[in-house]
Design a binder for this molecule. Structure first.
Ligand code: SAM
Length: 236
């Protein structure tokens, strides 16, 4: 079934589309996402430069505006004003699914309050992409996103999930990967872990082992690129 055309003249208010975009490989975008990006009046993008590359790859010429952490509050109001007058808007983040460890929450809440329809256009997200190849139990899991950059708080956050028996999934930046693994080792213990690096890109790597083996691997070769980490739940 196809969704109705974006510019449906029977609609009084516009629609906000939450559009997932590739996490690396530009082919990882749905036909529906491309159609919506082509048909909406405006695309609100976390990183307009990165989104312009995606749009030019697919010969899409929809106007862009920026929507990022620093302007979420003021920009949400402006976008609500456009939506209320009947314009349709697509929200995209730098990569993956908006609102998942990315801006968008404020706008979604404002649209709910203003009774503006919100339609999800599903697609890639790094945590699910990594999970799909991890080989770890995933009937239920806990997505923790980014832990604190500060070791003290990060250790308390690890302590808070120490008894959790579901698989744990984290995002981490390359320069914090080894301190993250060090704290995980000390607080959670030497559990099974999967470190997924640069998924869908040229240097994609899926490391499977224990936390201490991952720590050794990424100490020998300094971590580069984007990382999603899965750590086994408590098996005691
Ligand atoms: N909204 C995005 C999503 O749906 O996955 C996540 C945005 S968050 C700001 C970015 C983090 O996602 C990176 O620091 C990394 O932890 C993870 N990530 C993004 N792309 C990735 C990739 N290609 N491979 C592994 N992890 C990735």
């Amino acid at each position: 079934m196809q969704t109705p055309a974006v510019n449906d003249n029977n609609r009084v208010k516009g629609v906000l589309y939450i559009v997932s975009t590739p996490i690396g490989n530009l082919e990882d975008i749905s036909l529906r996402a491309l159609r919506i990006l082509r048909e909406v009046d405006l695309i609100a993008a976390e990183d307009t430069r990165r989104t312009r590359q995606l749009l030019s790859h697919y010969d899409i010429h929809t106007p862009l505006t920026s929507y990022f952490d620093g302007n979420q509050e003021s920009k949400s109001e402006k976008l609500i004003a456009r939506l209320t007058t009947g314009n349709s808007v697509a929200l995209v983040s730098e990569a993956g699914t908006p609102t998942i460890s990315d801006p968008g929450h404020r706008l979604v809440v404002r649209c709910i309050d203003a009774k503006i329809d919100i339609i999800p256009i599903p697609g890639p997200t790094a945590c699910i992409t990594a999970a799909s190849v991890a080989g770890m139990p995933l009937n239920a899991f806990v997505f923790e996103g980014f832990l604190s950059p500060k070791s003290g708080k990060r250790r308390r956050q690890f302590t808070a999930v120490c008894e959790e028996n579901r698989t744990l999934i984290f995002y981490e930046s390359p320069h914090r990967l080894t301190p993250f693994l060090q704290d995980a080792l000390e607080i959670l213990g030497d559990r099974h872990a999967v470190v997924a690096r640069e998924l869908t890109k040229k240097f994609e790597e899926i490391f499977r082992g224990t936390v201490s083996e991952a720590l050794r691997r990424f100490t020998v070769t300094p971590p580069r690129g984007e990382f999603t980490i899965l750590i086994a739940g408590n098996r005691k």
